[in-house]
Ligand binder design. Structure first.
Ligand code: SF4
Length: 399
């Protein structure tokens, strides 16, 4: 049976980080219960909602390229509750959402992830998460340095990390992921090294390292564009420094026994994110909640971003869809190359050529000559010393 991932979007946060312009809001907690109810309804009624919206899910349409069926024979093996800050919700809301998934789909839940911010973790909540079936927590730590956390507008402090991790371990969470951001305002080579060393000492099973991307619409982005100094805009590390931070993380995490399996992701053996691998491998996933994205193998669609609009639509039994795209073979191939190259194992050119009926001969020659990619037999992968500048590779590849 085909595996299916389910993503649940919870678009609420306690504050707005200075660099963030995601579609998330700081709202009254009174809005959490109606939102969770709307997500449960969308899950339970997804077949009717999709049919009414003209989505070919379960209609037996072929996956663009390989002829694999996007049929009804799916078993859900991964759930990812992301945001926003889904750990803000009451554990009972999360339990209801997971119960709705179990009642609606065939499930063999191997990995159920909750994104959490350290300051939201309490023993009672953690016990509720485990009772609901959550077995993995992804922590948005971003840094172990208070000065950087303050500058970025984060709610938690270093001490919250050290308080939260034992609570989770005692509750029985044996799979923890930490996120760090390279390039936060006020970050220096020394402070970055400190964050990496403290992270390694806490021995999470999984690590994600992202380079800071300042959205132009965020508070920090607007300040940078205006040349001002608020939000520590004058203390944002340069691109070269960020690349250096990334390379330091690569070296330290490798030395600590982490396997680098995707540009931004490292894992102890066997702890690679099963859910996120589905995105990079173009496997099917279904998203529920405001702004959630779905992929059937041949179509992509997304819900409306506005949480209030989403709840209203669900209460009146409508699919709150904002985008819907049927993939062409050409766009599917582009995705295959772009997403495949994010994985450090690289892509098997012969297999892709067979699946898509195309020749890729010569497509990677300029990148190989420039040292951006390496070829070994029929496999092409990003050069390990160029991962920090992978965006340049992708731009070149899609020309
Ligand atoms: S917690 Fe995440 S989603 Fe929320 S404001 Fe901060 S960066 Fe954005």
């Amino acid at each position: 049976m085909n595996k299916l991932g389910i993503y649940v979007q919870v678009p609420f946060c306690q504050t707005k980080c200075t660099y963030c312009n995601f579609h998330t809001g700081v709202v009254s907690s009174a809005r959490f219960a109606p939102y969770a109810d709307a997500v449960c309804r969308e899950i339970r009624e997804h077949r009717e909602l999709l049919r009414a919206a003209g989505i070919g899910w379960g209609s037996g349409e072929s996956r663009v390229t390989s002829g694999e069926q996007a049929g009804t024979d799916f078993v859900v093996d991964t759930v990812y509750m992301g945001g926003g800050t889904p750990s803000l919700l009451d554990p009972g809301h999360l339990q209801n959402i997971l119960d709705a998934i179990r009642a609606t789909f065939s499930t063999e839940l191997a990995e159920v992830t909750l994104e959490a911010d350290p300051e939201t973790v309490e023993a009672g909540k953690a016990a509720g998460w485990v009772r609901a079936g959550i077995n993995r927590v992804s922590f948005g730590l971003q840094s172990f340095v208070d000065e950087e956390l303050v500058a970025a507008g984060r709610m938690h402090r270093r001490a919250d990390i050290y308080r939260a991790v034992p609570i989770l371990r005692e509750a029985g969470i044996s799979n923890i992921s930490f996120d760090l951001i390279a390039g936060l305002p006020r970050q220096t080579r020394e402070s970055w090294r400190r964050s990496i060393e403290e992270l390694v000492a806490l021995a999470p099973e999984h690590v994600s390292v992202y380079l800071l991307e300042v959205d132009e619409g965020s508070r920090l982005g607007k300040e940078l564009l205006a040349g001002g100094g608020r939000y520590s805009a004058g203390a944002v590390p340069s691109e070269d420094e960020m690349a250096e931070f990334y390379e330091l993380a690569q070296a330290e995490l490798r030395a600590a026994g982490y396997h680098h399996y995707e540009i931004s992701n490292w894992a102890k053996p066997g702890f690679e994110s099963r859910h996120n691998l589905k995105y990079w491998r173009r496997e099917a996933y279904m998203g529920f909640g405001a702004g959630a994205h779905s992929f059937s193998g041949s179509e992509r669609w997304a819900n409306a971003h506005d949480a209030a609009e989403y709840v209203k639509a669900m209460e009146s039994g409508r699919m709150p869809m904002e985008q819907h795209e049927k993939l062409t073979a050409e766009s599917a191939l582009e995705e295959e190359l772009f997403l495949g190259l994010r994985q450090l194992d690289g892509i098997d050119l012969a297999q892709i050529e067979r699946e898509y009926g195309v020749s890729l001969a010569g497509r990677f020659d300029p990148l190989a000559s420039a040292g951006f990619v390496e070829r070994a037999g029929g496999v092409v992968r990003l050069a390990s010393d160029r991962l920090a500048v992978c965006n340049e590779v992708f731009v070149e590849l899609m020309r």
